[in-house]
Design a binder for this molecule. Sequence first.
Ligand code: PGA
Length: 250
Amino acid sequence: MPKSVRPLIAGNWKMNGLGASLAEALTLAEALTEIPANARVALCPPFTLIGRMATALKGSTVEIGAQDVHPQASGAYTGDIAAAMLADAGATLVIVGHSERRTMHGETDADVAKKVEAALASGLEPIVCVGETLEERKSGKAEAIVCGQIEGSLPKVLEGRAFSVAYEPVWAIGTGLTPSNEEIVAMHAAIRAAIVDRVGETGRKAAILYGGSVKPANAMEILALPEVGGALVGGASLKAADFLPIVRAI
Ligand code: PGA
């Protein structure tokens, strides 16, 4: 990856984790007194665990992120969470536009861009997710779709701000399938160009994470590819014993 990029390995717990799961986060943090390759490590638990995890991991190397944020700062939005609430609970990062939000909650690129703006306004660093479906890949449209998502999901206010982009092919999430190395390399190069096109030189510093069935067995190979600046890890981030070797593969 380019020298200007600081890698990020982020674990997305999705709708998993109760209080007892904090033990996994603690095991991870205790093992990571130092993180290799100047990388950053984050866990993104469900909203209910953010505050407790922030307390438990205070002073550790592990950062805490949320999995979604509402575009508005406050108001009558039952069940939603504002960026300032996440920051107040101890989050410093937030995943925005995950494909599970885009498909199950109908989030559009424009919604994602508004969420990114809300995150930045409260000092949260966004991890913006993009990725094509299997149909889109098979019909040769993957790069056009993903670059279109970048264009629509990255607001101009990202210029000068810290953020990352996660490339997660929808068909690779939770399936055990991954794109070929060539496909990952080509897509990450296209994403870099699209990011720089959108937000200028700031875009050279953004880490481009790969996500979708990252496991201890494939992490080293994927993380070594050009322009892969880390990983967004779902299932394999739930247990420290699985997540640690992925972090150490950087
Ligand atoms: P997975 O999920 O690692 O379980 O495939 C990745 C993600 O959705 O972020």
